[in-house]
Design a protein around this ligand. Structure first.
Ligand SMILES: *[C@@H]1O[C@H](CO)[C@@H](O)[C@H](O)[C@H]1NC(C)=O
Ligand SMILES: *[C@@H]1O[C@H](CO)[C@@H](O)[C@H](O)[C@H]1NC(C)=O
Ligand SMILES: *[C@@H]1O[C@H](CO)[C@@H](O)[C@H](O)[C@H]1NC(C)=O
Length: 291
C-alpha cells in the first residue's frame, strides 16, 4: 500500500516534470563570439530555492543560494566552462563569458524549490555569431562575340560562420539604389554592353548580429576600361614590354649610328694617309731623278 502511494507520488512528480520540461519553445538567445551572454532566469521572490542546476550537453553548474548567512555558491562541473561562468544576483541568471562556437546549442535550467520540492525547467537555444568583415568581391567576365560583357560577381566574407545571407544591390549613375534591382545569394550574373547605363554593384552580407556592405563595383568601366585594377597589371606588363622593345631599338640604332660615324671619321684619315704616302713617293722620285 505504502509503495503504491510512493509510485503514485512519483507518477505525479513525473507528470509535473514532463509538463514544465516539455515546453518545446526554447528561448532563442543570440550571442557574439568571444563576448558574454546571460541566460535569463526569473525566480519569484517568495519562493525558497534549494538549488539551481544548469545543463548544456551535461551538467554545467550548480548554484546554491545563500542560506542562513552562508553566501551563495557556484560549482562548475563542466570543464569547458571552467572560469567562464558566474551567476547574477538576485535573479540567478547564468553569465557565460568569452563565448566560443562550441557554446552554441541547447541549455536547460532546473530550479529546485525548498518548500514544495517541485521544480521548474527552462530551455534556451544559444546561437553564437561573429561580426562580419567587409565582403570581398571576385569578378569573372567574358566578352561575347556580340560585344556584351558577361560578368559573374561572387561575394564572400572571411570566416563567415553560420546564417550569413548575401544580397546584391545595383545603383545607376549617381542614382539611389533601386530596391527592385536586388538579388539574393552570393553570386550575381549580369551582362553589360557598351552604351548601357553605368551600373555599380554592391554586395551586402548580413547575419543576425551585423550587416556590412562592400565597395561598389562599377560594371561598365570594368568591362571596357583596361585601367581597372584587375586588368591594370596586365596592361602595365604590356606597356613595360613595349618600352623595353623601344629601348632595345634605340640602343641598336645608336650603336649603328656610332659605327657609321666611326667609319666616316676613319675614311678621311685613311685618304690623307694615302695622299701623304703618294706625296712622299713623288718627292722620293724627284729627289732621285737628278742623280
Ligand atoms: C577566450 O577563449 C579563447 C579560446 O577559445 C582563448 O584563446 C582566449 O585567450 C580567451 N580569452 C580570454 C579573455 O579569456
Ligand atoms: C552572355 O550572356 C547572354 C545572356 O545574358 C548569353 O545569351 C550569352 O550566350 C552569354 N555569352 C557568353 C560568351 O557567355
Ligand atoms: C544593418 O545594421 C545596422 C546596424 O549596424 C542596422 O541599423 C540596420 O537595420 C541593419 N540593416 C539590415 C537590413 O539588417
Amino acid at each position: 500500500m505504502r509503495s503504491l502511494l510512493w509510485l503514485l507520488l512519483l507518477l505525479l512528480l513525473g507528470e509535473v516534470t514532463a509538463y514544465s520540461g516539455d515546453s518545446e519553445d526554447a528561448e532563442e538567445i543570440v550571442a557574439i563570439l568571444q563576448e558574454s551572454i546571460s541566460l535569463p532566469l526569473e525566480i519569484p521572490s517568495d519562493e525558497e530555492v534549494e538549488n539551481i542546476i544548469w545543463y548544456s550537453q551535461e551538467t554545467l553548474a550548480t548554484v546554491v543560494p545563500e542560506k542562513e548567512g552562508r553566501p551563495a555558491t557556484l560549482e562548475v562541473t563542466d570543464p569547458r566552462y571552467q572560469g567562464r561562468v558566474s551567476f547574477l544576483e538576485p535573479s540567478y541568471s547564468l553569465h557565460i563569458s568569452n563565448l566560443s562556437w562550441k557554446d552554441s546549442g541547447i541549455y536547460q535550467v532546473q530550479v529546485n524549490l525548498r518548500t514544495s520540492q517541485l521544480f521548474t525547467k527552462q530551455h534556451y537555444n544559444l546561437h553564437v555569431y561573429r561580426w562580419l568583415s567587409e565582403p570581398r568581391i571576385t569578378v569573372n567576365f567574358e566578352i561575347s562575340s556580340e560585344g556584351a560583357c558577361n560578368m559573374s560577381l561572387t561575394c564572400s566574407v572571411e570566416r563567415e560562420g553560420i546564417d550569413v545571407t548575401y544580397r546584391w544591390l545595383s545603383s545607376g549613375d549617381g542614382n539611389p539604389i533601386n530596391p527592385n534591382a536586388e538579388h539574393e545569394g552570393p553570386i550575381l550574373s549580369t551582362s553589360w554592353r557598351p552604351g548601357d547605363n553605368a551600373l555599380s554593384y554592391t554586395c551586402r552580407a548580413s547575419n543576425p548580429i551585423s550587416n556590412i556592405s562592400s565597395h561598389p563595383i562599377p560594371a561598365g568601366p570594368f568591362c571596357a576600361d583596361p585601367a581597372y585594377p584587375e586588368r591594370s597589371s596586365m596592361s602595365f606588363c604590356l606597356v613595360a614590354k613595349g618600352l623595353l622593345l623601344l629601348l632595345l631599338l634605340v640602343i641598336l640604332a645608336m650603336g649603328l649610328w656610332v659605327i657609321q660615324a666611326k667609319k666616316n671619321c676613319e675614311m678621311p684619315r685613311m685618304r690623307k694617309l694615302k695622299r701623304d704616302r703618294m706625296k712622299l713617293r713623288k718627292k722620293g722620285k724627284s729627289a732621285l731623278s737628278p742623280v
